[in-house]
Design a protein around this ligand. Structure first.
Ligand code: FPP
Length: 250
């Protein structure tokens, strides 16, 4: 099953950047009669399989929405469990990243994360910084409205200091002041768990992104689900407001 789906993928038309809203850990846990945090730990296996499948295929960027600025309203027990899981996973998987030529990056207000998290993220980013394979971007303490507000603040400061004229503010200037300044916009956005929402994720960057929704709950998501999403993407005609199909990265 796995190899046949993978074989159907046109390697010349891969999405450059795949972004994923990982959702459904809590419902998965409930369905299995477990507490919510068990769903999050099971979600790590989905992260591992997805990252490996994307790296093997030659996807250049994989962004995972792991913790939003809104997630702080969850019970402290769940937040603590998520942060511990993050620290443990990053430390345990650094060798996997090195073996698979994966470079770790983050977007979001990481200064707002617990010190232990920042430390393990920084260590892993440092160790993988020279790797030129896939970039795995973790969105942590991230929300698009936060990112856009920060960008507005940074641009305003440049105008205030006389470095920039307001008439010179254009789309390029806004994009340069986002966390994703060095990252191309996603070509494919996947959301799991059957919800049809964007949840404050990369609102600027997904202006022309193809959206793919699957009912699969995140802990059950595996490489075949990645292949299915890519095959669906490859059937779409991308026009970017024009009348002819356009490939963005050729
Ligand atoms: C959404 O499910 C999932 C999250 C908010 C966290 C995702 C985190 C992981 C998969 C674990 C660690 C991640 C990395 C990158 C190592 P939900 O809790 O909103 O589920 P529900 O909608 O069913 O309640």
């Amino acid at each position: 099953m796995s190899s046949s789906l993978k074989d159907k993928i046109d390697k010349r038309n891969l999405p450059w950047h795949i972004a994923i809203i990982m959702d459904g850990n809590g419902r998965w846990a409930e369905q299995h009669g477990k507490i919510r945090t068990f769903g999050h730990s099971q979600g790590v296996e989905a992260v591992r399989d997805t990252a490996k499948a994307c790296a093997e295929l030659g996807i250049r960027y994989l962004t995972l929405y792991a913790f939003s600025t809104e997630n702080w309203i969850r019970p402290k027990f769940e937040i603590d469990a998520l942060m511990t899981l993050l620290v443990d996973t990053i430390s345990a998987e650094t060798q996997t990243f090195l073996n698979n030529n994966i470079r770790l990056l983050t977007i979001g207000d990481t200064l707002g994360l617990p010190e232990t998290c920042r430390k393990s993220l920084n260590e892993c980013m440092e160790k993988t910084k020279k790797l030129d394979g896939m970039k795995l971007v973790l969105a942590l303490n991230y929300s698009s409205k936060w990112e856009l507000t920060e960008a507005a603040r940074k641009i305003a400061a440049q105008v205030e200091s006389g470095k920039l004229k307001s008439s010179d503010i254009d789309e390029k200037k806004v994009a340069e002041n986002l966390n994703t300044a060095a990252i191309p916009d996603p070509e494919l956005l996947i959301r799991t768990s059957g919800e049809f929402r964007i949840s404050n994720f990369m609102l600027w960057q997904i202006a022309y992104t193809e959206l793919y929704f699957t009912p699969v709950l995140w802990p059950d998501f595996r490489r075949d689900d990645v292949y299915k999403a890519i095959l669906d993407f490859q059937k779409r005609e991308r026009r970017f407001g024009g009348i002819k199909a356009i490939k963005q990265h050729e």
